[in-house]
Each structure stands twice: as C-alpha cells, then as structure tokens.
Design a protein. Sequence first.
Length: 350
Amino acid sequence: MQDLSNLDELDLALVNAVQIAPRGSWQVLGAVLGVDPSTVARRWQRITEQGLVWMTAYARLTAPSAHVLGCVEIDCLPAERDGLAMLLARLPQVVSVHHVGSGRDLFVIINARSLPALSRFVLDELSHHPGVRRTSVHTATTVYGEGAHWRLNALTPAQRAELAEHAPPRARQGVLTEQDRDLLVALSIDGRRSVAELAALTGTSVSTARRRMVRLVDHGLVSIRCEVAQSLTGWPISAIFWANVPPDELSAVGRTLATLPEIRFCAAVTGEHNLVMIVWLRSPEDSQHLEERLAARLPSLSLAERAITLHQLKRQSRLLDDLGRSTEVVPTDPWADLHLGSRERPSNFA
C-alpha cells in the first residue's frame, strides 16, 4: 500500500494555495510559495495522479438555485448495502455517499434539477429497490457552509492574503442555467482545465469559452473546489450531526457554524430536525469536545443525533478508496435524468 506520508510541507502549502485560488496560474502560485512555476506544476501533477488531491466544480450550494439539494437517509438489507451505495455513487447528481455507523445505513446528498425529479426518484425508484427497507428525505432550504470553504491552513497569513487577490468572488450575480451545463460538466472533472481545453470540449471558440468562464466564475455561479484525501488532512474522522434550532435563530446559528474549522457542510433542512452538519474531526473523542464547544457557544442549538461515517464512498465527483483517495471520476451534472443506475454523461468530456 502506498505511503501517504510522502506529502511534504511544500505539497501541503500548494494544496492550501489552490484551495484559496483554485484557478491561479502556476506563476502566481509559484511566486507566493517561493518556488519555480515548473516545480509547482510538476508537484501538482504528481499528487493529482496519485489521487491524493483533485479539482472539481459544481453549482454553488450557498447561493439560491433552481436545483434542489436532498439529504436522503436509507436503511438497507445488509447484503444489498454495498451494491446500492455504488449505484448511487455513480449517479452524476449525487454529491456524497456515506456509510453511517448508526441510525441509518447510508446518508446520501443529491443535487437534483427540481423537487419533482428528486421526489420521483426517491418514491418511484429508490424506495422500490429490492435492497431498500426505508428512505427518508430532507430537502435543504438554506446551505450555510460547504466544503469549498474548508482550508488546510498550511500557509502564512501573508501568503493567504496575497492569494486572496486571485480567489473567485463570493458575491453571486445572475442565474446558472442549463445552457451552462456542458461547461460545468467539463469543469467538474477538473476545475483547473485551461480555457483552450474547455473550448475544445464544449465545441466553442477560445474567446467564447473564456467569456462563459468569466460569467460562471466572476459572477460567483460555481464553486471551484480543491479536495484532499481526508487521511492526509489531520482530520481523518467524519461525522454527521442533526440538530434543532429555534426558527428565529436558525440563520444566525447556521452562519456561525459555517465559520468553525470542523464544519464541512451545514444546511437548514426540512423534517424532524431543522439543521444537519457534516463535520471533520481529529479523533473520535473530538466529537464530544465539539459538542461541548457548541453547547457553550450556541446555547439555542440542541443536538438530536450524531453518527460516525464508517466510509465515505463518494465526495464531489470522485469515488474514494478506504483512505479517501480518488479512484474514479463521476462528472457532476444536476440536469441529467435522475434514474437509479444511470450514468448519463457527455462521452467527450472525460
């Protein structure tokens, strides 16, 4: 088995730099890190080829959207669990798949093109799958924080400030439409693809591809995200928390939670509990420490359930092995027809 400790300080700093400026040029990244651009590019190629780091892109979850984000809990027959998890992970609308330690077998986040599409999928297909005992769906009403904002913090404050000048804007202008589909699918495979590559993949001129990229990125319509194998981050444990917050305090609590380093995803949802969080922890014991801190800082938040993720099979366009390394690309496409087992994708985008 590959030794994952071979990411040195420069590799980690490079990952942190790309997290902040995901489409920053090698010249910009090299200047901030104090190394030659060719060295930066070579190191990036090595760690991405090993599946330790990857780039993706998707419609921004923290902005209003026509798409619907559903958190789906599934109880399965033991013999069918792994096969069903893989079927779900290969769907282009599925954001993440977690094997969960208690309360449910699978926790799946789906970004569907509409509420009817999500409803038909769960009610007419997933619920009737022979391996499924029970399903429960909670739609997200507001996403307060997502993994694109999570950082390794391997850089100095001065380096982070310099890279922030090259970071995508967070203010959202305009609306993401199906006309953006081909470009978003291409970026979901590699968010650092050049404009020339994107032009070739989408069948447009370089100038058209550049103009479309400016609209998506500069208008804050997409999140371009640098992901890292979780086993390398120092936060190897993942857990899911469900909580209740008084309605008049929900937005304030959600925004505060999104600033905490442990929080990878935080959303207001429908259902018995009105808040769900995915957290990363340094150890299983940190779950209790985090709960104590939340109780002290946010007394109106009442944790209702918590479950450790035994294995995350998928995270943002990638299937993962037991160490969290990327093993296969599943392009993101919320506009595709949502059917169990379908893998609709433009064949020339791989």
